[in-house]
Design a protein around this ligand. Structure first.
Ligand code: GLY
Length: 405
């Protein structure tokens, strides 16, 4: 999430960078118009959750997540859905991009809606939900008024840590003995723990947990070539991997593109937070796998799985990867760092074309077309995704902080 910590670097002479830099004001202006439209359509639906679920302690309030093309309406999801922090987070990024108070005010409303997640212990996604929303709020408002809530969330997330395995359980209920499922997406939730370890009133144990999870994941979750598995199941008695599941990927033998992007972003972030060179080296390994993959399309927007060439692209895999690569490029000197930066710029230029960036009024007004949520389950194929937009805006802001306005 961090933008400001990226070292300001002089713009290189690369014509692609100059082109992207010149496009930024227009892309941010268009994005702002799209999100004003989503906010207007979503606001009346915020309280229209499923009445049957109103027994939940905080009701079932809704946040925009995507677009239901068949029904021609916004896909509104519960505040407990794993992506509920991304729409508020994108509003924060638009506030940062435009300075328009409208986005600050609307971001505050939607952010405060997801607050009940601070007490949730039945999934690992509270890191995504709370840090993309409240984390950006505290950063941009320069306030500590949300810190207690974020610390409470870190404590909730830490309850999912199994000290014998040294891992945070991604999916499954606390105390479930049958399985212990871990996915690379979980790397993203470590940013909240790293913040909580350093915050006033925070605890060192949050850093210990984050490092342990990142290191164990590095040891088990990737093939020799740097490609990721999606789901690993650990045996809680023998402490060994007892099963591999394809999860959202095409097979157990291929790498699911968004999972690979979570790893690129996650290890670059863990290097930023810890300065452990093992994470820096690993971030490069997982990035090189993706960049050099024979099935990576020339425009840098991956197919939904590296083993599924010719099938749907996943723009969310591209935007997450671009944001991670831009951060990584600030840590890697010389030609290699320049290569990561150039690849990210190529991806962003592609995402800004009509092929991927929606026109006003289409795509439910979300920014990026052609995302893939969960193809093996038949869900969200070739559709906008709130997190695709979130990391796209973040990557553009990271790029702006590198080159200046
Ligand atoms: N974290 C779930 C996904 O990336 O689809």
């Amino acid at each position: 999430m961090i933008i400001s910590s990226i070292i300001l670097a002089a713009a290189t002479a690369c014509p692609c960078e100059a082109k992207l830099q010149s496009m930024l004001p227009e892309v941010f202006a268009k994005s702002a118009a799209h999100y004003r439209a989503i906010d207007a359509a979503a606001t009346p639906l915020m309280d229209k959750g499923d009445a049957a679920r109103e027994a939940k302690p905080h009701g079932e309030r809704l946040v925009p997540h995507g677009w239901n093309a068949k029904a021609g309406k916004l896909d509104m999801r519960s505040i407990y859905w794993w992506t509920s922090g991304h729409f508020p987070g994108s509003l924060w990024y638009l506030y940062e991009a435009t300075g328009d108070d409208f986005f600050r005010d609307r971001a505050t409303v939607w952010t405060e809606l997801v607050a009940p997640n601070s007490k949730v212990t039945d999934n690992h996604d509270v890191g995504f939900i709370m840090y993309c929303s409240f984390g950006n709020a505290r950063r941009l408002l320069k306030t500590d008024r949300y810190d207690a809530l974020l610390l409470e969330t870190a404590d909730s997330l830490s309850k999912r840590f199994n000290p014998d395995l040294g891992l945070i359980r991604s999916w499954g209920a606390l105390g479930e003995k049958r399985n212990f499922l871990v996915i690379p997406d979980n790397m993203m939730n470590l940013e909240l723990l790293e913040w909580a370890a350093k915050a006033k009133g925070g605890e060192k144990r949050f850093d210990d947990i984050a490092r342990s999870h990142a290191t164990k994941t590095m040891g088990h979750h990737f093939r020799a070539d740097g490609g990721t598995f999606h789901v690993l199941d650990y045996d809680q008695k023998t402490l060994r991997v007892k099963g591999i599941e394809r999860g959202q990927g095409a097979s157990c033998e291929t790498a699911w593109s968004r999972g690979q992007s979570w790893a690129i972003y996650g290890y670059a972030m863990m290097y930023r937070e810890t300065r452990d060179p093992a994470y820096l080296e690993f971030a490069q390994k997982v990035s090189d796998f993706a960049i050099n993959h024979p099935n990576m399309p020339v425009d840098g927007v991956p197919y939904w799985d590296y083993g599924a060439p010719g099938e749907e692209r996943d723009t969310s895999a591209a935007s997450i990867m671009a944001s991670g690569l831009l951060e990584l490029s600030t840590f890697v000197p010389g030609d290699k760092g320049a290569k990561y930066r150039a690849f990210a710029v190529k991806q962003l230029l592609s995402l800004c074309t009509d092929e991927y960036f929606a026109k006003p009024g289409e795509n439910g007004d979300w920014l990026l077309k052609h995302g893939v949520g969960h193809k093996p389950a038949g869900g969200e194929i070739d559709t906008p995704l709130d997190y695709g937009d979130y990391y796209f805006l973040e990557a553009l802001l990271r790029f702006r902080s590198l080159v200046g306005r």
